[in-house]
Design a protein around this ligand. Structure first.
Ligand code: GLA
Length: 407
């Protein structure tokens, strides 16, 4: 049953968690589905609509089956999946490798095969599988292998999105488990420091991603501007790797705190995730996007870099005189061109000079690069030996560079 092309390239979609957290319901999800289509996200390649934690009742039924929350989802999950499918999109759901989800709903521990069958019956196409309340004496590796086997034998093609936050050396065993993507980081927060920290944490781990099993740096915060139900999770003082284990008391106690980024920072965030081959799961309220948000999320030149069929992760070249802040990511594309991101993590303008011999192109070869700017959508001309520019603070340039003869 397994479709051999499942998650050939990084999955793209929308997930309810970043903005709505536990406040999800059928009407909300349906309007998000409608927005996926009407706002051009579907046309841009976003495919999965994923409901995150808190979609079920707190108890299984007498037969041990998961039960959709009857107030939030009065028509059940199958009806919602049918709606998603009727719009030409795919439907994703959430469960957990432990006994409970992070919000305290039933997890799939020791129910893996039954739950996989339930998901298949409901028409689920994607499962995000979290790591809260994992029994200490069982290796996570085994639990992800269990659910992967269950999904591969449930009678339906279901993308398996592992979410153990990079714990337990996940890089070493996740591909062999059969998962299609794996979270390598703690939860993202809607602020520049978090974006920076998550991206930097995966520089050096490029070799672990690739076709059919993608390194997931977490969902996008592009376009959130601090607007999240659970801003306490998104606050700057939540340490990376912290897990959102919420009791009802936590929810009451949680106070909104300021978060959010500038459009320049969101553009940099999107460029980093795209170039680093992360799945692109939108996390903002797609029913109310600003023009800038829409422009970022639907940039077809940047998305094409992320969706390149070979999924070759980039390598990093640091700017020699400002290595802490300024660097480029260079990703070899399947058509022979390069995708190049020039990033400035510093708080001041950063000069960047990319030497072509550092990316395999010598002057003696008689070749140069025809360079196209993927954010300005314009040709910049033919360059030999090097490309120099100034990158704004927290900003970036994303280039597509084609090798051409210059003599
Ligand atoms: C964990 C995950 C998040 C989200 C929440 C839901 O923190 O990492 O992405 O799914 O659980 O409770």
């Amino acid at each position: 049953m397994q479709d051999k092309y499942l998650a050939l390239t990084p999955p793209m979609g929308w997930n309810s968690w970043n903005t709505f957290s536990w406040e999800i319901n059928e009407e909300l999800i349906k309007t998000a589905v409608d927005a996926m289509v009407s706002e051009g996200l579907k046309d841009a390649g976003y495919e999965y609509v994923v409901i995150d934690d808190s979609w079920s009742e707190k108890q299984r039924d007498k037969d041990g089956k998961l039960v959709p929350d009857h107030i939030k989802f009065p028509h059940g999950i199958k009806a919602l999946a049918d709606y998603v499918h009727s719009k030409g999109l795919k439907f994703g759901i959430y469960s957990c490798a432990g006994t409970h989800t992070c919000c305290g709903h039933p997890g799939s521990f020791e129910h893996e095969f039954d739950d996989a069958e339930t998901f298949a019956e409901w028409g689920v196409d994607f499962l995000k599988y979290d790591y809260c309340y994992k029994p200490d004496n069982i290796p996570g590796e085994i639990l992800y292998k269990r659910m992967s086997t269950a999904l591969r034998n449930c009678g339906r093609d279901i993308v398996f999105s592992a979410c153990n936050w990079g714990n337990d050396n996940v890089y070493k065993w996740i591909r062999e488990s059969g998962a299609h993507m794996f979270r390598s980081t703690g939860d993202i927060q809607d602020n520049w420091e978090s974006i920076k920290r998550l991206a930097l944490s995966q520089i050096g781990n490029e070799c672990y991603g690739g076709n059919y099993c993608h390194n997931d740096i977490d969902m996008l915060v592009v376009g959130m501007y601090g607007g999240s139900i659970n801003q306490w999770i998104n606050s700057a003082d939540t340490a990376e790797g912290d897990v959102a284990v919420m009791t009802d008391a936590d929810k009451v106690k949680s106070e909104p705190r300021l978060g959010g980024c500038t459009d320049e920072e969101y553009k940099t965030h999107f460029s980093l995730w795209a170039l680093m081959d992360s799945p692109l799961m939108i996390g903002c309220d797609i029913r109310h996007m600003t023009p800038a948000t829409k422009n970022i999320l639907t940039n077809k030149d940047v998305i094409a870099i992320n969706q390149d069929i070979e999924c070759r992760a980039p390598y990093c070249i640091k700017q020699w005189n400002n290595p802490e802040n300024v660097f480029s990511l260079v990703k070899p594309m399947s058509d022979g061109s390069y995708a190049i991101g020039l990033f400035n993590f510093g708080d001041r303008e950063g000069e960047m000079s990319l030497q072509f011999w550092d990316i395999g192109l010598t002057t003696a070869s008689g070749r140069g690069l025809d360079i196209y700017d993927c954010w300005e959508h314009k040709e910049l001309g033919t360059f030999t030996e090097r490309f120099c520019t100034v990158v704004p603070p927290h900003g970036c340039m994303v280039l597509r560079a084609k090798v051409v003869k210059v003599k």
